[in-house]
Design a protein around this ligand. Sequence first.
Ligand code: GLU
Ligand code: ZN
Length: 298
Amino acid sequence: MTEKRYTGRFAPSPTGDPHLGTLIAAVASYLQARVNHGDWLLRIEDVDTTRRVAGAEDAMLRTLDRFGFEWDGDVIRQSARTAIYQQALDQLDAEDLVFPCTCSRKLLAQTAVEQSGIYPGTCRTRQLPFAHEHAIRLRVPERTLGFDDRIIGEYRQSLATECGDFVIKRRDGLFAYQLAVVVDDALQGVTEVVRGADLLESTPRQIYLQQCLNHPSPAYCHIPLILDPTGRKLSKSEGAAGLNPDRPAPSLLAALNHLGQQAPEELGHAGTTDIWQWAIENWDIGKIPLAHATLYNG
Ligand code: GLU
Ligand code: ZN
């Protein structure tokens, strides 16, 4: 049997300036791809065009370039892939797995199961037309979905009671992240997803969508979010500081150290080529500290 070539990706949303949290996810996915002699793809996740911040994509590409990342192939943008997401939606519809939903936010707030925010299934059997102003939800089954995360270990979720039928196309006509990410990971042949643990609880939804669309599931590595000493998400608290594209070494070292890689201090004065060489030679995913794994939900 021939093994599929390792394909990893980094998929930032252009919603603000790149910060240390962004860099950590980029570094981890990049090193996994390089160590596995695979490709590292870059995808701009701007499917939610309402959250796009002018200049953020340019800043991201420029920062990655200055930090010495080398991506494979062309950068793709979700905002240009609406027709592809629509095809996936049509496929789900043909199998009767989706339904239109007219519930307003207000109604959902009143009816969501025990105020948990879980969709109560109101429109499941209403046979509403697929009109433009309706959201489209995917019907979830009554079963627990689990996967073995390469960093965090076994993770299980009951889609029906912990998540509910979820939106894959919004009432404003935009496709939801959950659908876009699954379609793109599959069409780009991604074999392993390395990303922040804030997306751990989205993963069962994505695996279910992969099953509905007959796509293979990639492996998953969720990096425990890095917290500052006060327990806040580092990306938020240090966000204002951003990354300095003119001084990549200190931030790259900080990212490596947050990932448990114990980079030698003298690399703080080195160029990016030397830092990457050291990092590729010494990368050990097993060293990523799990200490904050259970705090990701902050
Ligand atoms: N675009 C998402 C973010 O920037 C990442 C999605 C993913 O890696 O699956 O948070
Ligand atoms: Zn509804």
